[in-house]
Design a protein around this ligand. Structure first.
Ligand code: SAM
Length: 286
């Protein structure tokens, strides 16, 4: 009898998330991390870096909708974007749907992630050839140091705060992003999960650092089934634009973009945090 293959990701020392794998379609060791892609019956193709799920064909739309459409529905005229990380191409795909965006600089540290995604994630890595996209294989922290007043929007679609992604959760990095943004610029980043101990501590620290750098710093949430606990946070920081006060639902709806997760009601609701998350990030009085 053929042995079943299962993928396990430990969310804590005592909790494990598992799914059945039909086939490992890619594996490679880059300078930075182990890159794997699996075929699975439940989630379709799954990209895994250093044993941690980055995205799956089945639920990637949630993460990519929320990291891209939220800031685009607030900023009145995004033209220049810096995307850090995001080597699978999902955030890029959503950004490229906006014909008002003129340029997207994408800085991904690991060429192997981009190449494997182009080959094995055909529904996600679809926009690398868009003429507005300028892909640089480099470290986001070092790249952004040299920039000043250059971007309307910076999206940090990084791995977790250890390994190559660690520097993208530092105060130094946020300070450099602040400098790299134009006067009404927005930074959106993935902000870990509020539920399990270690990630919850990272989420709290990340929010504290963002708040010490930006005039506006808010946290919003989405339900992402394949991420630890399924409850995931994002950070919205800016030099003045507020994700609710300056939110333009009519303008976004008039663009006529069809999305599977994001809509303008979800936008407003995503910033209404449960009490335990408010307490965690120190915003109990909001
Ligand atoms: N949605 C994902 C998640 O939270 O699980 C993130 C996906 S995306 C594949 C993360 C990317 O960030 C990876 O491809 C990784 O190589 C890249 N990355 C990590 N550290 C980086 C750095 N310092 N500069 C640029 N890219 C980085």
């Amino acid at each position: 009898m053929k042995k079943e293959l299962w993928f396990n990701e430990y969310h804590t020392d005592d909790v494990c998330f598992s799914f059945r794998v039909t086939e490992q379609v890619f594996t490679g060791r880059s300078e930075f991390q182990q890159v794997e892609i699996f075929d699975t019956p439940e989630f379709g193709r799954v990209l895994v870096l250093d044993g941690i799920i980055m995205c799956t064909e089945k639920d990637e739309f949630i993460y990519h909708d929320m990291i891209v459409h939220v800031p685009l529905a607030v900023h009145p005229a995004v033209q220049n974007v810096l995307l850090i990380g995001g080597g699978d191409g999902g955030a890029l795909r959503e950004l490229c749907r906006y014909d008002t965006i003129e340029s997207i600089e994408m800085v991904e540290i690991d060429a192997m992630v981009v190449e494997a995604s182009k080959k094995y994630l055909p529904t996600i890595a679809v926009s690398f050839d868009d003429p507005r996209v300028h892909l640089m294989i480099a470290d986001g922290l070092r790249y952004v140091r040299r920039k000043e007043q250059a971007y309307d929007l910076i999206i940090v679609d990084s791995t977790d705060p250890f390994g190559p992604g660690e520097s993208l959760f530092t105060k130094e990095f946020y300070g450099n992003c602040y400098k790299a943004l134009k006067d009404n610029g927005i930074l959106v980043n993935q902000h870990e999960s509020p539920f399990y101990g270690q990630e919850a501590r990272e989420a709290r620290l990340t929010h504290r650092r963002m708040k010490s750098v930006f005039e506006v710093s808010r946290v919003y949430q989405a339900h992402i089934p394949t991420y630890p606990s399924g409850h995931w946070l994002f950070g919205f920081s800016s030099k003045g634009l507020d994700p609710i006060r300056d939110f333009k639902p009519e303008a976004w709806n008039a663009r006529g973009l069809s999305t599977e997760y994001y809509n303008t009601d979800v936008h407003a609701g995503a910033f209404m945090l449960p009490t335990y998350v408010r307490t965690l990030i120190g915003e109990d009085t909001v």
